[in-house]
Design a protein around this ligand. Structure first.
Ligand code: ADP
Length: 400
C-alpha cells in the first residue's frame, strides 16, 4: 500500500510498547503488536500481520523504548507499510488542564508537554520517549498526542474539585482529572450509533473495567463525572490498585508497618485490588477460577470489586438527567458475565434487570444484556487505538 493514508499508533508503557497501523477511513488494522519486558534481556515483540501471528526477540541494543521503536519501524519498512504512513498518533496519559482535545505536535508543543511530567511522573515521560524516538527516526512525519485526560475536561467544578484549600488547585493543579478518556469517547460514540442517535443527545453511564478500572457519566456526549482523580489510583478497586481508601489510612500504615510513604504508595498501587484481596492474582479470569474451586478470598475479591463498581455507578447517576444505557467495556466489562450480573443486581434501584441468556453471550447484536422491559445495559468493546488513529488522521489531514 503506497498511498499516504495509514496511521501508526504508539502506546508506550513503562515496560511495554503497543503499536498498530490502522487505515483510519475503513478502520482496518493492518498490523498490531506488543513489545514486552523492555529493559530486560527477555524483551520481545509479538505482532499480527494479515491474521498471522509472529514474534521477534529484541537484540541487547534494542531493549529500550527507542530500540523497540526502531525495530517496529524496520518491521514496517520490510512489510512496505512505512511509505503509506500519513502520521503517528501517540497515547499520552496526562494532558493536565492545558489540553481538552488531541494535539498536532510541533517542537514547541513537545517542550510544553514536558511541563506536565510532574502530573504523571510514571507515564508522561515514557510517552514522550515514543514521540522523541519518532522525531529522530521519521523527522518529516506529522505526530499527534491523544490524551487520556482530555475527554474529562468538561467536568464541572463541583465534580473536579477536592474539598481541600482552593489554593492547592490554583497553585499546584490539585484537582480530579480522570483517565481512560479516549476509551470513553470511543465507547460513547459507538453506543450512540447502536441506539441510532447522535452522541450529543445521549446520557450514558460507562464502566471501563480492565487492569485499570474506572467509570464515567456522559451527558449529551460530554464527560460530567468520573471515578479516577488527580491520579489513576482514585475510584474503583482495580487489578492491583486499591481505588478509594480513607486518606487517613496512609499515615496509619506508615506508622503501623513502620514503612516509608513510598512503600505504602507502592502497596496501594501494586499490591492491592484483586491481587491484594485474593492474595494470589490480579487477573480476573484467574480470580474466578480460584473462586470456582472454593477459594473464599477469591470469592470475596469478586464481591468487593463488583459492589464498589455498583456503588460508584449509583453515585455517577446523579450527574445525569436520565440513563439511556449503562455500558460495560474493557477486558472484564466485555467478557465477564459474572461481574456484570453482580453489578446489575446491586443496581436494581436504577431499573436494571439482567437478561441471563443475553449476558451469557456478551450481548445481542446491539450489545444489550438487560431485559427489554428494564433500563438498558449493554456491552460495547472499546478500541483506544482506533480512536487515536481517527484523531491523528483528522488533525494531520487538516494540516495538509
Ligand atoms: P488493560 O487495562 O491492560 O487494557 P484489559 O482491558 O485487557 O486490560 O483487561 C484485562 C482484564 O480482563 C484481566 O483481569 C482479565 O482477566 C480480564 N478478562 C479478560 N477476558 C475475560 C473473561 N473472559 N472473563 C473474565 N475476565 C476476563
Amino acid at each position: 500500500m503506497t498511498t499516504q493514508q495509514n496511521i501508526l499508533v504508539l502506546n508506550c508503557g513503562s515496560s511495554s510498547l503497543k503499536f498498530a497501523v490502522i487505515q483510519p477511513l475503513s478502520q482496518q488494522v493492518l498490523i498490531h503488536g506488543l513489545a514486552e519486558r523492555l529493559a530486560s534481556n527477555s524483551a520481545q515483540i509479538q505482532y499480527t500481520l494479515a491474521g498471522q501471528a509472529d514474534k521477534h526477540t529484541l537484540t541487547p541494543s534494542q531493549t529500550d523504548h527507542q530500540g523497540a521503536i526502531e525495530c517496529v519501524i524496520s518491521l514496517l519498512q520490510t512489510q512496505d507499510l512505512l511509505t503509506s504512513l500519513a502520521g503517528v498518533g501517540h497515547r499520552v496519559v496526562h494532558g493536565g488542564e492545558a489540553y481538552s482535545e488531541s494535539l498536532l505536535l510541533t517542537n514547541e508543543s513537545i517542550n510544553d508537554l514536558k511541563t506536565l511530567h510532574h502530573l504523571a511522573p510514571l507515564h508522561n515521560p515514557v510517552n514522550l520517549l515514543g514521540i522523541e524516538a519518532i522525531t529522530q527516526l521519521l523527522p518529516k512525519i506529522s505526530q499527534v498526542a491523544v490524551f487520556d485526560t482530555a475527554f474529562h475536561q468538561t467536568l464541572p467544578e463541583a465534580a473536579y474539585l477536592y474539598g481541600v484549600p482552593l489554593e492547592l488547585y490554583k497553585q499546584h493543579g490539585v484537582r480530579r482529572y480522570g483517565f481512560h478518556g479516549t476509551s470513553y469517547r470511543y465507547v460513547g460514540q459507538k453506543a450512540a450509533q447502536l441506539l441510532g442517535k447522535n452522541s450529543d443527545e445521549c446520557h450514558f453511564l460507562v464502566a471501563h473495567l480492565g487492569n485499570g478500572c474506572s467509570a464515567c457519566a456522559i451527558k449529551n456526549g460530554k464527560s460530567v463525572d468520573t471515578s479516577m482523580g488527580m491520579t489513576p489510583l482514585e475510584g474503583l478497586v482495580m487489578g492491583t490498585r486499591s481505588g478509594d481508601v480513607d486518606p487517613g489510612l496512609i499515615d496509619f500504615l506508615c506508622e503501623r508497618l513502620n514503612q516509608p510513604l513510598s512503600e505504602i504508595m507502592s502497596l496501594l498501587n501494586k499490591q492491592s485490588g484483586l491481587l491484594g484481596l485474593s492474595g494470589k492474582t490480579n487477573d480476573m479470569r484467574e480470580v474466578q477460577q480460584l473462586a470456582e474451586q472454593g477459594d473464599t478470598r477469591a470469592n470475596l475479591a469478586i464481591e468487593v470489586f463488583a459492589f464498589k463498581i455498583a456503588r460508584y455507578l449509583g453515585a455517577l447517576a446523579v450527574s445525569l438527567p436520565r440513563i439511556d444505557a449503562l455500558v460495560f467495556t474493557g477486558g472484564i466489562g466485555e467478557n465477564d458475565r459474572l461481574t456484570r450480573s453482580l453489578i446489575l443486581e446491586h443496581l436494581a434501584i436504577l431499573g436494571f434487570e439482567l437478561d441471563g441468556s443475553l449476558n451469557k453471550q456478551n450481548g445481542d447484536h446491539k450489545g444489550r444484556i438487560s431485559t427489554h422491559e428494564s433500563t438498558l445495559a449493554m456491552v460495547v468493546p472499546t478500541d483506544e487505538e482506533r480512536m487515536i488513529a481517527i484523531d491523528t488522521h483528522q488533525l494531520v489531514s487538516r494540516d495538509q
